[in-house]
Ligand binder design. Structure first.
Ligand SMILES: *Cc1c(COP(=O)(O)O)cnc(C)c1O
Length: 482
């Protein structure tokens, strides 16, 4: 790929500046002049620059280009309308230090969004401050540990979680000063209530669970699980990253959970994946409201909105009021779809995932095959591994077929895992193309496995050293044409 520097040709210009119409300034003081005449900036035309950046954007893979079945991440297409709304000058231009009286519109919007999210999750109180799901988990655990401490039970420091948990769950629990205790899954891929019963006790702070779990299965014993924890004096935290499977249909608050975070950048209309801002609001039962971070939006009896620090707040997580631009998008998303539309999101997410699962399960192994899945499912590449082809190779080969790869090697309880989440925004044509690509790769594994183990061959960069990438950010020599 060319660089703008390699395209440079002396005398070309991308701008035309007006002639100097003021007296030239006096000579620069001695010692401040540049030593050589040129600093070597590329000399290119506007058209060359435009084509160069369009070419770069084409070299990237993104959800505007094609399907992105990255399980657990909910990489759905996000309507452009939300972007326009978040950029309206009255919203985007508001200074975060504006006094409440001058920010009534944004505060009202945050207050309304809080109400919608409480209704969707079945809780009484909420903070919109956390910047992402992981920070939401940390926030939830801070609420839980503050609650136990205030009741004279500060010794409760164990967080129970299944062996299928997302990596952020043990990480945030540890950061919150707790000890992580693993709970086993049974052969149906759900939490084993007997094991949970064995592990709860007087030190249990919380049980942390993703529902539907990371295998894409709804925990059918959820009421029993949350009761076991409550009876032992612990609280139940739901990792709500998979809310795309529940919207308008089921509520964590009704399942016996006490706290839950949402990933607005997954479920509620904000594009993500490039490290852009996220938002992980945390909703909770009223007993936990007084510990919420500083500050939350309230409404007084005259209908004015104001920011308030809860009386036993554990502190702040982020400057100002969180990533408010993401809140605007979530508000627009919810208002556009309405209650019925949100239910349809869930229905279509489930239909799409089940369609793919049924079509692919004959070709790849489906370790937990116990009826319909929720919004995602996990295949295993074990059958292909017998032919010497790893799941990593299959993921790389999918890139050659023009698809983003699924999440691989997660959850850890499935060998050679491929976690596939099509999301509700894919149409049947795209699902069928993905199925065709997977079928074709499975055939290649049988007939010409080197095509898969050598992949990718059609991408701007070939196979990267992913182990080195952990430490070394630049692991490829750009293919520069000098
Ligand atoms: C994405 C995800 C998280 C973490 O959320 P971030 O917003 O990326 O911090 C936690 N749990 C599950 C199940 C997830 O899918």
């Amino acid at each position: 790929m060319k660089t703008v520097f390699s395209m440079s040709s002396s005398g070309r210009m991308g701008v035309s500046l007006p002639a100097l119409d003021v007296p030239p300034s006096a000579e620069l003081p001695e010692g401040l002049e540049r030593e050589s005449g040129s600093i070597g900036l590329p000399e290119v035309t506007e058209g060359q620059v435009m084509r160069h950046f369009i070419e770069l954007s084409n070299a990237n893979y993104h959800v505007d280009k094609g399907m992105y079945p990255l399980g657990s991440c909910t990489m759905k297409y996000n309507p452009r309308q939300n972007e326009d709304i978040a950029r309206m000058p009255g919203l985007a231009g508001l200074h975060p230090l504006s006094p409440d009286a001058m920010a009534q519109g944004t505060l009202e919007l945050m207050h309304r969004l809080s109400g919608y999210l409480c209704e969707i999750t079945g809780f009484e109180a909420i903070t919109l401050q956390p910047a992402a799901g992981a920070q939401g988990e940390f926030c939830g655990l801070m609420l839980i540990t503050s609650y136990h401490r205030d009741r004279g039970e500060g010794h409760r420091n164990e967080v129970l979680m299944p062996d299928s948990a997302h990596g952020t769950n043990p990480a945030t629990s540890t950061l919150a000063g707790c000890k992580v205790i693993g709970v086993s899954s049974n052969d149906r891929g759900e939490v084993d209530p007997e094991d949970l019963r064995r592990k709860v006790g007087p030190n249990t702070a919380a049980f942390m669970l993703t529902n539907p779990n990371t295998l894409g299965l709804f925990e059918s014993k959820i009421g029993e699980l949350t009761s076991i924890v409550h009876e032992a004096g612990g609280l139940n935290y739901m990792d709500g990253a998979n809310m795309n499977a529940l919207l308008g249909v089921a509520r964590p608050g009704d399942m016996g959970f006490d706290v839950c975070h949402l990933n607005l950048h997954k479920t509620f209309g904000t594009p993500h994946g490039g490290g852009g801002p996220g938002s992980g609001p945390v909703a909770c039962i009223s007993d936990l409201e007084r510990y919420l971070p500083d500050s939350i939006v309230s409404k007084d009896s005259d209908g004015r909105y104001f920011l308030q620090k809860p009386d036993r707040s554990f502190g702040r997580l982020l400057a100002f009021h969180g990533n408010v631009g993401v809140l605007y998008r979530a508000y627009a998303y919810i208002r556009t779809l309405g209650a019925d539309g949100l239910c349809e999101v869930t229905e279509n997410a489930l239909i799409n995932a089940n369609y793919l699962k049924e079509k692919l399960k004959g070709i790849f192994e489906l370790p937990f095959d116990d009826g319909p899945c929720m919004h995602e499912f996990v295949l295993s590449g074990d059958r292909q591994l017998e032919k010497g082809v790893k799941t990593l190779d299959i993921a790389k080969r999918l890139l050659d077929y023009g698809f983003h790869a699924p999440t691989i090697y997660f959850p850890l309880i499935v060998h050679e895992a491929m976690m596939i989440e099509p999301t509700e925004t894919e149409g049947i044509e795209d699902l069928d193309s993905f199925i065709a690509a997977m079928e074709s790769i499975a055939r290649e594994v049988e007939e010409k496995p080197h095509l898969v183990t050598d992949a990718p061959v059609n991408t701007p960069v070939l196979r990267l050293d992913e182990v080195a990438a952990v430490k070394e950010l630049c692991i490829v020599e750009p293919r520069v044409e000098e």
